[in-house]
Ligand binder design. Structure first.
Ligand SMILES: Nc1ncnc2c1ncn2[C@@H]1O[C@H](COP(=O)(O)OP(=O)(O)OP(=O)(O)O)[C@@H](O)[C@H]1O
Ligand SMILES: [Mg+2]
Length: 281
């Protein structure tokens, strides 16, 4: 069983150069729960995750882990508690899957300590959990986008941290592997008490899998709470500029967001949509 940790952001202002991306953000990650962060492209989700994992220094405010400012913690010490899967990680050229996943064990090794059986076991468990065992000897560069994504998730799992931050872990994955990964994270949360924070673009999967949902709009916290509290038509309109209808997901009971575009929409009386007239053909 893991220890639960408190992770909070206080009055955060984040940016790059002279551009401010996040402004006045306060956030408390519920310990031992699954949190999903949603928001439009460029709303600051990855920037926030980077700051929470010490990769980006705040302009103002601070990120606090168990009462200590993360930007003052030694990197290795933080990496034993908190793991990050970035949005677009880059693998060293030619590295094999097993070696990459093995790098997840680095924070657990001292300057001179050797690879142990525990490290082997952690890597094997991570490969098995992500169904990447058969890829172990392949070069990461040669994998498909979805295979590679699962290997990165394996590396984050091998780190065996109590807190796991994942930036779009389901990108590149087919429908079945998306559900697999989210089920796996839920298992980790339920079985080991791992606190999970993930950025997701699929609102319906976010609504299903998150205990706590955070919606960012233009670098500010728009809403936070349970998926049912946060995912209203008004929220989807403000955060994504999208009209929608929200019904109950018949599988899970969570909110199911049905986007309304300009085409393929029945009229109020339920009549079929007018077929789209094609300019050509
Ligand atoms: N390294 C960087 N240097 C300068 N600007 C950056 C950098 N990284 C991100 N930005 C800018 O910060 C803003 C927020 O980017 P961020 O990557 O946090 O968005 P996001 O919400 O994760 O978007 P997406 O859904 O597309 O991943 C964007 O305007 C982006 O152009
Ligand atoms: Mg991003």
């Amino acid at each position: 069983m893991t220890t639960t940790h408190s992770l909070t952001a206080e009055h955060l202002r984040l940016g790059y150069g002279d551009r401010t991306v996040i402004e006045g953000l306060d956030l408390a990650v519920p310990p031992g729960r699954v949190t999903a962060i949603v928001g439009a492209n460029a709303s600051g989700k990855s920037t926030l995750l980077r700051a929470m994992s010490r990769l980006l220094e705040p302009r103002e405010g601070r990120v606090v882990l168990d009462g200590k400012e993360v930007h003052r913690l030694p990197a290795r010490q933080l990496a034993r508690t908190l793991g990050l899967l970035p949005q677009s990680p880059i693998a060293p050229e030619g590295i094999t899957v097993a070696d990459l996943v093995g790098r997840g064990r680095h924070p657990h090794q001292g300057a001179f300590s050797r690879w142990t059986r525990r490290d082997d076991e952690a890597v094997a468990a991570a490969l098995e959990a992500t169904r990447t065992e058969l890829l172990a000897d392949r070069a990461v560069d040669e994998l498909s986008g979805g295979q590679r994504q699962r290997v990165w998730i394996a590396m984050a799992l091998a780190q065996q941290t109590d807190l796991l931050l994942l930036d779009e872990p389901t990108t590149f994955l087919d429908a079945s592997h998306q559900v697999d990964v989210l089920d796996l994270l839920t298992d980790l949360n339920a079985g080991r008490g791992t606190t999970v924070v993930m950025v997701l673009h699929d609102l319906n999967l976010a609504a299903r899998y998150a205990d706590h949902l955070v919606a960012l709009a233009d670098g500010r916290l728009h809403a936070a709470g349970t998926p049912a509290e946060v995912l209203t038509q008004e929220c989807v309109r403000t955060v994504f500029g999208l009209e929608s209808r929200i019904i109950e997901d018949p599988v899970s009971g969570s909110p199911l967001i049905l986007p309304i575009g300009r085409h393929h929409v029945r009229d109020q009386a339920g009549r079929e949509p007018v077929p789209v007239r094609k300019a050509h053909g």
